[in-house]
Design a protein around this ligand. Structure first.
Ligand code: CA
Length: 516
């Protein structure tokens, strides 16, 4: 067995063990260094003697300080590191880095569904919006019935989904922060994959009334179509409903009208600039920042070059690299918006007396990530090297091309839900430990960081970025593979594994406001 260790930056005094089963004590590395202990895969080896209190450096920055002397060849486990303090949000470098000139990429297209508001869908789905959790059981029943008895009459419609959530009542709806879940829900209903065919199921007595959720003017997609000018609401408490089946029939009748219109949609060739891609990671390991995330970052640059929209998110996973982000901001205004989002999140965490260290999971640590600083450095790479030209608050709709920081929690489900509200029509998800994550409303392309995961989960992972450490593909190769897969998936020529198995997670609204 040839020992394989990876050092990311010339300044690093640790390297990561890449071999699938780790390396045993006594192994001699290429450099001549002999391992003093067994070191598991994805974990760090000290390349030189590191004195107590001095910096352990990875990605060229201190990811922690040694709590005791660490000799060269030892395992630098999480327990040997003291985490650095969070970077202050004052005196940050603002727009100091000029992104290297990247020529535009032309000629790439996909087959998508054009919407009247200018957006483009990658799937043709009927979404049934709900104002409150109380109606979920009824809507679920109706959705099952529509799928089994009705959907085959509308061959151009891919699916029917109920937009289920736990908001709508029992919440302080006028509290500070309540606007976040409300606008998230509104903007999800307007996702390009739903074609502007908004239908709402309401209970009747809930706090989040249909007109508050979708105020006049919010349904803009099919304005020329007189049928959808007025909000289409089925209210379960209406006097007309006598018994359960009458509610189901009302929902089905209403759905028929929208299915009819959705069925008329046809895919047309559109430029790749119509892609709105959300990238995130979950179940990360030390390879996330070596294989999958750098490949996604390369692809992010390709997307910017074709003029598409691409969002990276997960505040707690970029907070420790805030100086890298503000320096890449295209203007002081963009940098300031980014700082404001970080400040908001710092305050949010502080209210509950936790800090950013609440992020890392036992699985992250087992996967070799010592703390959030190390995790963040590997996470930020997904954003590539382009200038950051936009910042989006949670639940808002994205209205610009290029690279945007969409502020969201790192929670896979909340991040996915907020990126959906932003208008994403394609999702890219990297994982090292492995997660079967999927969303019902948009295709999710999953990228494995290690060949071992891609082998075991061969029918859940769409791309294996582990080829990069195996030495059989470069970061650029995997980035291009992902880019081409995006165009195939967006066009409906290819289904992701999550779509194939119809596995998807619940939407989870971000509600920083109190419940009552
Ligand atoms: Ca995540």
């Amino acid at each position: 067995m040839i020992p394989l260790t990876i050092k990311i930056n010339d300044l690093d005094n640790v390297a990561v063990v890449a071999n699938a089963n780790g390396l045993p004590a006594g192994t001699r590395l290429n450099s001549g260094l002999i391992l003093k202990q067994d070191i598991p895969q994805a974990h760090k080896v000290a390349l030189i003697d590191i004195q107590e209190n001095s910096a352990v450096i990875r990605y060229g920055i201190p990811i922690g300080y040694a709590i005791k002397n660490i000799t060269a060849g030892s395992w630098v486990s999480e327990s040997l590191l003291k985490m650095p303090d969070a970077r202050s949000l004052n005196n940050l470098p603002i727009s100091t880095v000029k992104a290297k000139e990247q020529p535009p990429l032309e000629g790439f297209t996909f087959e998508g569904y054009k919407n009247a508001d200018g957006s483009v869908g990658t799937r043709n789905i009927l979404a049934i919006t709900t104002t409150v959790q109380c109606v979920s059981g009824v809507v679920e029943h109706a959705v099952k019935k529509i799928k089994s008895e009705l959907l085959s009459n509308y061959p151009n419609v891919d699916d029917v989904v109920g937009i289920e959530h736990t908001y709508g009542c029992g919440v302080a709806i006028d509290a500070q922060g309540a606007d976040i879940p409300i606008r998230t829900l509104r903007n999800i209903s307007l996702n390009p994959n739903f074609g502007g065919e908004v239908m709402v199921v309401s209970l009747g007595c809930e706090k989040l009334q249909p007109q508050r959720l979708m105020p006049p003017g919010s349904i803009f997609i099919n304005k020329s179509d007189s049928h959808t000018e007025e909000l289409n609401v089925v209210c379960l408490q209406d006097d007309e409903h006598i018994g359960f089946m009458s509610m189901i029939n009302s929902i089905i009748e209403s759905a028929k009208n929208h299915l009819e219109k959705l069925n008329k949609r046809k895919r047309v060739t559109v430029p790749a600039s119509e892609l709105v891609v959300g990238v995130q990671c979950g179940g990360s390991d030390a390879f996330s920042g070596i294989t999958a995330n750098p490949a996604v970052g390369f692809c992010t640059d390709l997307l910017v070059r074709v003029g598409a929209s691409v969002m990276f998110s997960e505040v707690t996973e970029v907070r420790d690299g805030i100086d890298q982000l503000t320096s890449r901001a295209s203007s002081p205004d963009v940098a300031q918006k980014m700082i404001n989002e970080m400040q908001w999140y710092d305050n949010y965490l502080e209210k509950a007396k936790v800090d950013r260290s609440a992020n890392t999971t036992p699985g992250n640590k087992k996967g070799g990530l010592s703390n959030i600083v190390e995790k963040a450095m590997g996470s930020i790479i997904k954003s590539g090297t382009s200038s950051i030209t936009g910042v989006l608050s949670p639940g808002d709709k994205l209205k610009q091309k290029g690279l945007t920081f969409a502020a969201t929690p790192a929670s896979d489900f909340i991040c996915g839900t907020l990126q959906l509200a932003a208008g994403m029509n394609l999702h890219v998800f990297t994982t090292g430990r492995g997660t079967p994550y999927g969303l019902a409303a948009v295709p999710v392309i999953k990228v494995a960081t290690r060949t071992d995961l891609a082998r075991r989960w061969h029918d859940l992972m769409d791309i294996n970025a582990g080829k990069i450490t195996d030495g059989t593909a470069s970061i650029e190769d995997v980035g291009w593979e992902l880019f081409h897969m995006m165009l195939d998936v967006a066009s409906g020529r290819k289904k992701t594994y999550a779509e194939h198995w119809k596995i998807h997670n619940s939407l989870v609204l971000f509600n920083p406001a109190p419940v009552t």
